[in-house]
Design a protein around this ligand. Structure first.
Ligand code: MCA
Ligand code: AMP
Length: 510
């Protein structure tokens, strides 16, 4: 394992780079464990500085320059964390992809992000996607990392706060993904605000079980720990029994609502197991009141729910001190403005409308897509979230619906349009409508309602298996229903509300 001490050149300050915040904390706490795995501490904060300096130099040697995109589809591992940090340290743009994506889904991301380098875990689609770009395989352990034998070190590269640190793809209502460009300034301001809002302390220990290709696991959980050089109990996937084993050693845990419902299904979840934890955070999807209440009853802890978006990072949070209200996502975080607009006018207290957001947390735009960027912003610079919300007299926000046709399943966003396009392309399908239905485990589950082409005897099971190479598993319909026709209104538009009502109990038993 590389050791803590590094020379002055490697520690050059470059204040615009979000990594400089982590570097300052790591330099002051070089001996403290950074990543802790079941066998014990794997890497100290000093080791993290050395590893990322070596990996950043290796990226540069491969020809990755400041501003270049590094497209990454890798399993969660210590090496993956180092790769991420090395990218931002080198001033390159980190472009992470969900490990579930199939090769056909990747074609678009490769073409759109125009990467200088592709990094893939063996066996994932990025390993085989067609591309003329340099490609590197990444295994999880640090000793086997491709930069392990590199001798050069690269210090933190000076960047402007407005420079791109990462591009995260979010699907669109048209079925086409857009890359949200997140700057160093966005990431720095958001993590500093969260650290203060959640009273992060240096002796905190984070249990990290979220994926690291989305905002929640990458920029909320990982960054909060890095800003304070806090040890991370590093779980490569969410496994309830493993979480319960390690919770007594943790002080902070973050998850999507499915994490909490799955933990509640474990008889071992009780007050004792959670005694050392000071903060449980939930986000990425609505936390049901029943989950909030049951968790409080079983553990004595009030889950702190917060709200965010890829394009705006964390936006609101229930208070650390003071009442955390079930069903509310709390007031806006410090320095961030939110407003609700109903029929083009500012909403009154508790009146639902579209939530709009402004602040240093807002992304700089969609990658190479100025039209879409302009479309989603108001003339006075607010981002139109597509979430329907209310704000009460005390300034607490509630997310009460969505104006965008979006399904959130286990914290992953699924755009019905994308699934409908894949279903409609199957032989034997005339048309389809894809809806989200209440699901006990995932919050919402995907249901595809299909009209067969004349003469076709396509079966639901055949639809699911035909989609296996087309769509990531989490997007595939958990239920397929064959109907004679889809309900439509006078304008010919499919009535999804009617379908949702018709199939509302589809997952009631599961
Ligand atoms: C896995 N499957 C899913 C999901 N995950 N299906 C629907 N929704 C999902 N989320 C599929 C599997 O591929 C498999 O399909 C079947 O469901 C059963 O898988 P299972 O073993 O139960 O799943 P798992 O591997 O245990 O994963 C479930 C999970 C995972 C741990 C809840 O989905 C997860 O880590 N979710 C967190 C997502 C997240 O971090 N979101 C943050 C986005 P088959 O049987 O067909 O093979 S950031 C964000 O939203 C904003 C910014 C914010 O506010 O945070
Ligand atoms: P993403 O596009 O993956 O960043 O997902 C962002 C979306 O997740 C938001 O626009 C909301 O619809 C949803 N979301 C995030 N946090 C919450 C929450 N606490 N309650 C309800 N919805 C949420």
């Amino acid at each position: 394992m590389p050791e803590a001490s590094l020379t002055g050149e490697v520690h050059e300050r470059a204040d615009g780079n979000v990594f400089s915040l982590f570097e300052a904390a790591a330099v002051a706490n070089a001996e403290r464990p950074f990543l802790v795995v079941p066998g014990g501490p794997l890497l100290t904060y000093g080791g993290m500085l050395a590893e990322t300096a070596r990996a950043a130099a290796w990226l540069r040697w491969l020809g990755v320059d400041r501003g270049d995109r590094v497209l990454v589809q890798v399993h969660k591992s210590p090496a993956a964390v180092v790769l991420y940090l090395a990218c931002i340290r080198a001033g390159a743009a980190f472009v992470p992809l969900n490990t579930a994506y199939q090769a056909k889904e990747l074609d678009y991301f490769v073409a759109d992000s125009d990467p200088a380098l592709i990094v893939a875990s063996p066996g994932l689609s990025a390993e085989v996607v067609e591309s003329d770009r340099p490609r590197i395989a990444l295994r999880g352990d640090l000793e086997a990392a491709p930069w392990a034998s590199a001798v050069d070190l690269l210090g933190t590269v000076a960047v402007a706060p407005s420079d791109c640190a990462a591009i995260l793809y979010t699907s669109g209502t048209t079925g086409r993904s857009k890359g949200a460009v997140l700057t160093h300034g966005n990431l720095s301001s958001n993590v500093e605000v969260l650290g203060r809002a959640w009273r992060w302390q240096e002796d905190d220990v984070l249990l990290h079980a979220l994926p690291i290709f989305h905002v929640h696991g990458l920029f909320v959980a990982l960054h909060c720990a890095l800003l304070h050089a806090s040890p991370i109990l590093f779980h490569e996937r969410f496994e309830p029994a493993a979480v319960l084993r390690d919770l007594p050693a943790a002080t902070v845990f973050m998850g999507v609502p499915t994490f909490y419902t799955r933990l509640l299904a474990e008889p071992a979840l009780d007050v004792d197991v959670c005694r050392g934890v000071r903060l449980f955070v939930s986000g990425s999807a609505p936390l049901l009141d029943a989950t909030f209440d049951e968790f409080a009853e079983r553990t004595g802890h009030t889950i702190l729910e917060r709200y965010g978006m890829t394009e705006a990072l964390m936006v609101t949070s229930n208070p650390y001190d003071g009442p955390r209200i079930a069903g509310s996502v709390g007031p806006p975080l410090s320095g961030i403005s939110v407003r609700v607009v109903a029929d083009g006018h500012p909403a009154t207290a508790n009146q639902p409308g579209v939530l709009e957001i402004k602040g240093p947390n807002l992304f700089s735009g969609y990658w190479r897509n100025p039209d879409k960027t302009a479309e989603d912003h108001t003339a006075d610079g607010f981002f139109v979230s597509g979430d329907i919300a209310t704000i009460d007299e005390a300034g607490f926000v509630r997310i009460v619906g969505r104006s965008k046709d979006l399904i959130i399943s286990g914290g992953y966003n699924i755009y019905p349009k994308e699934v409908e396009m894949a279903v409609d392309a199957l032989e034997g399908v005339a048309e389809s409508a894809v809806i989200g239905i209440a699901h006990r485990d995932f919050g919402e589950g995907v249901v595809a309602v299909i009209v067969r082409a004349p003469g076709s005897d396509l079966r639901p099971e055949a639809v699911r298996s035909a989609l296996a190479t087309e769509l990531a598993a989490f997007k595939r319909p958990k239920m397929v229903v064959i109907v004679d026709e889809l309900p439509r209104n006078a304008m010919g538009k499919v009535q999804k509300a009617e379908l949702r009502e018709r199939y509302k109990d589809a997952f009631a038993a599961g």
